[in-house]
Write a protein of this length. Sequence first.
Lengths: 435, 330, 346
Amino acid sequence: MEAKPNTIYRALDRKAAAITEFTMRQYRTKASTWVILGVGLVAISLVMLIYIDVMASGFESIDNDGDSLDPDNDGYPTGQELKWGTDPYMDNSHPGLLTPPIEPEPASNYIDEDGFDYSITGTSTRQTTGFDDDGDCYNYDGTSSRKDSNQNGVECDVLLVQDRYSGQWNVNPDLNVDEDPDDAAYVAEATHMAFVLGIGKMGFVLLLGMFLPLFLATGLIRDEMSAGTMHFMLAKPIARTEVFLYRILGYLGIVWPYFIALGILFALISGFMGPSDGLFRFNDLGVWLAIVFATMMASFVYGMLFCTMGVMWRYGIVLAIPFAAWELGMCLISMGAPDASILRFSVIGWALMIVDAAAVLVWPNMDMFLLQGTTFGNDLNSIQTSAFALDFFYSKPGVGSNGLISSVFATVVLLVQGALLWFIGGAIFKGKEIE
Amino acid sequence: MMPDFNQEGKGQDQAWQPDLTVPAVLLEGVSKSYGRIFALSNITMALNGGVTGVLGTNGAGKSTMFNLLMGKLKPSQGKIRLFGTDPWKNPAPYARVGFVPEHEKMYDWMTAHQFVSTFARLNGLTRAEAMVEADRVLNFVGLTDVAHKKIGQYSKGMRQRAKIAHALVNDPELIILDEPLQGCDPLARTTIMNVIRELGRMGRTVIVSSHILQEIERITEQIIILHKGRLLALGNLHAIREKLDQIPHRIQIEADNAKELAKDVIDLDDVSGISFPNKNNLSIQTHNLGAIHADLPKVIVENGHRVHTIDNPDDDLASILGYLTNGGGR
Amino acid sequence: MSEQPTELPPADIEYGAEAPVTGQGRMQAAWGSSEGDEDMSSPQATQPTSTGHVFEQVYKPWQGTLNPRWMRNWAILRHHLLGIFKKGHRPWGMPTRLFVLIVFIASLSDAALTLLSGLIGDGSLHQLWGVSRDNLYGHVLGFFPRNVLYYPIVAALLVGSVISEDRQHGTSALYFSRPITRFDYVGMKFLSVALIQAIVVLLTLALYYFAEIISLGRGWAWIMDTFPLFLAAFVSGMLLIFTYTSIGLALSSVSKGKFFPGIGLLSIVLGTKVLAVLVSTLFDREILYLLSPYDCMAHVGQILIGTQPTYDQYSWTWSLASLVAMNALALYTLSARVSSMEVTRE
């Protein structure tokens, strides 16, 4: 055999690649691996199918203020009559009688004619902003106090007041200002974003990121030990901690490509199906990247953890089950209270932080968007429902205000957790007597 | 704790050289206990060179001893050294060791060639080197023509040989075989025994365990007898046998008319005693088992006896162990 | 040297249940030697003779009377059931037994609080903890913590090994070499697992109900009023146990390991629930609840017990149909697997 230079590749080609390849091949020959990956795909695709159905069937636009109706049957919708100052309830009073006569507009012009157009500027806790798009406030034939129903001295505006303690903004628009936004657009946008976050956090990170390691990684060392085949591996000049690490690498070699493929598939489908000005929602790719990355990190830490549990005890399942329940709870807590310090003692809390951080970076106007949706109207309407769903899945990253910093921080924490578990698992494995 | 980043098995790059100063295997007062049960108690020995057979019944502590040697178990007491290194703490000496575990379970989904070459890489060989080495050892154990078949389709003997091949791939100085003949058909036994003898001739230190004396007898003369975790005998098989031969062998015959048969048998030269355990059974005592077995059929056929069974109850390990532990008898 | 040949057993040997006939361990008795090498002697060819001999084979028919079928089945049931409480029966793992005990105690929390409120005599406490439609429903079908941390995990731990272990170790031979049909075998396994869960779910429910009667001195009128509710909760509990057991045993019968059936049951119960919650939160569609065994049972239970249904996009009959379909599928898998199970060590 001719001597080849000892490159890094050749060095890695020795033990590490041998065990990693071996482990991947072992997974591939097991039917259970494919069953588990297939079930994961089916489960998560169910949600995707419903998303496609919802998006394809579209959303209904509602005339929130009722001004597209024509109660007096004079051919002019209420909105148009209000604009010209005629009486919408009397058929002998309509813009057609004005000089010059005004042609009646179609009723659809008065659906979704007054969208949200307020914003927060500066740091003042009491701001006046907003604009009445369709003029049904400005032209309203009434007293000025009727035009200034929020009583801040400015007619036809939106009053924003920040709560001193909670920091929440209260939205108080004047009557007929921003009263009929585009429901379909808002609901589609909110539903899409909620879907990306929801399937990313609960579908990818929680279900795939936790249950796949539970099935696939627990037996990595333990099954070999109980079957007696571990003897082959441990009779070679290789440290047990290394065996542990390379087995995990082999497991990651199976699940990481799976996550990446699934992530690309979902990013493509939702990018084309989701509401956008162009053909494809390129912005979302950042969030999908974070979702896939967070799932990969979670599966890495969980893999180390469940493998360690499997080594530690014959009844690894007994340890893994309460832990899985704990992580499920932590997942729900992180949706509601991302600042909760208890989340720091979980894996999923940190993984979800990566998704949150990306969402903050990719969708910087999310706060305003949520504020508009959740405060719209007095009774539960479709805008509010979709905004609440989005609000449930969206949360600010708990550490640091900057998305980039918190995602890097969370990644480092997850890596440290994984490394720590490797040390613990390796040490336990090292002290394990194998019959 | 940190991975071995250069990923080469230690001791692989330099040419193989027997280290004559340190014995391959050294056990000093080694005990292994599980709770109050001693699987191995106070074993002291050193092995270097040649083929050594480890004899013992099931549960005698053979596998425990091997697992201790291979660092699978931690000794409760005593010191174990493999080429001068504690195997529990340091896996480095395994580069010079080949181990054939007794477990039947193998990776059924691999071919023997994949199996051997994959595990060869754990010795620090590169992919290309491992392929070449796998071909070599599979040829050595005679599996070349089935090397690319799945292990799951192998017979027991072929599996054992695949296991042996995997242990030989790093050209080890010390080879430990735990029950390599278990469950094999006679043909496979012969093949495997030839392989082991061949290894011995190549100057390797070979330790092979079995619970069947005849198997060991055909492989080696140097034996260790373990019983209930204790070292019963160590040394040349013939020397041990000679001591055993001073104690008479027994032949048990079940015949229709044991008394009549006894009359005929007593005339044979080597019979030293006869007894009747019960009405139809005859027990012959002798110092020369072979001579009796040569003469006995003739006596029976010539005198027209109806014989149901002929049995040598002593010709197994249990009776030898019985002699060694109680000085004979059961 | 002794004159007794070793081949014959001594005359005074007892063939009792405690001393197995062969003097070997029970496993060995069932399995014999697997390799043929255990007898520590290798066959030795004696001098070949020119004459052969064919031995006449006579089988003695067994003349005893077989115990009735229920009695044999009872032995299996008893073996599994008593194993939870004491040694000498089926060795359930220590963690399993411990967890069953913990859940049993935790499951009694409402009974304890009812007793407490009765002792204190505080009406508001009793309103919170006493027997009511909602509390009876909650005892059996409440999601958190009972159907996250208690009942599914108990089911998972019990179901994990009950058939797969036999497949793994080949101990099914111990059953199938005796006059027991496969239906009896799987039926008794099912029943024993279900009964252990019944201790945790139904016994505690009954104790809760009695705690109310005792601590508040309820009379016949109250009992007449509430007994149908109790009965409905009881039936819901039976449905819960039956469903968890059938799904779990089906998983146990397809698997060789202990781990997979348990974790599989949990991921079916909790995974479908998470998916359904996700979809109903995102899109306000409840359709996926039909895939979740827990939600189907909860819906049916809500109708049975008469609490306010929390699923309002479809009728409860859909849930019932889905539940029946799930159980049918699970039982079909179970029976198909058990009837084709090979009596070997896998």
